[in-house]
Design a protein. Structure first.
Length: 231
């Protein structure tokens, strides 16, 4: 989810380095549905590995009619002077259709990203495909409304992701009733829509994610369980 001898002055390299938001370990579990039909579950955890090292993991399993999808993501990173510095990332997807996988290694010494132990990309502050979620939480707490991240997507491609706050809502979820901040992923000229809700009372944890394509719901993930500092 590398050696750190070159971390002195790293802030000059990482112009968009992520500032940590109270990195307390957590365990968040979700149910997944589509058009009101239960299709599976998802889970996200943050683990403190000791000293300044952390692991952010995501796992989901879903099946709908004759389709199935299992996904896992793992981000390993260091917390250095309140900045999140990624050093390894893995993604795997199995199920209907072609299986997919990706591994990234972020090398601060050589300022490059190794993709699947083969291709290398210049590293200019990009992060992996899930670490931005930790930064969104912090910046929501500070009252920000717009977020832009340069990332490496799950195909090993450099992509910029943009989000914006669109309002506040009270949701009744399997976990209970929560006051939330709602954001959307900004896409230009796309029929896909993604909305995400974060709950200030739960350290701004993501509590719901809903995705549409051509107006039809593709996924709705809702929080069922949340614990801080899980054993």
């Amino acid at each position: 989810m590398r050696p750190i001898s070159a971390l002195i002055g790293l802030g000059l390299l990482f112009s968009q380095s992520l500032l940590a938001y109270d990195l307390l370990p957590f365990d968040a579990q979700y149910k997944a549905s589509r058009s009101g039909i239960n299709v599976g579950y998802a889970r996200q955890t943050l683990t403190h590995l000791g000293r300044n090292q952390y692991k952010l993991e995501y796992h989901s399993e879903a099946s709908f009619l004759f389709l199935s999808d299992v996904r896992t993501e793992q981000s390993l990173f260091r917390l250095q002077e309140q900045h999140i510095i990624p050093y390894k990332y893995r993604f795997a997807r199995t199920g209907t259709g072609k299986d997919k996988g990706l591994s990234l290694q972020f090398d601060s010494t050589n300022k490059q990203i190794k993709v699947n132990d083969k291709e290398t990309l210049p590293w200019q502050g990009e992060i992996d495909n899930q670490l931005y979620q930790l930064d969104v939480r912090k910046r929501l707490a500070e009252g920000e409304n717009n977020f832009v991240y340069d990332t490496v997507n799950d195909r090993g491609e450099l992509r910029q992701q943009k989000f914006r706050v669109i309002g506040r809502e009270t949701l009744l979820l399997p976990y209970g009733e929560l006051d939330c901040i709602k954001i959307e992923k900004v896409r230009e000229g796309s029929s896909r829509e993604t909305f995400v809700w974060f709950a200030p009372s739960l350290d701004y944890q993501m509590v719901r994610l809903q995705q549409f394509k051509d107006g039809d719901e593709q996924a709705d993930i809702q929080l069922t369980h949340f614990s801080r500092n899980p054993s």
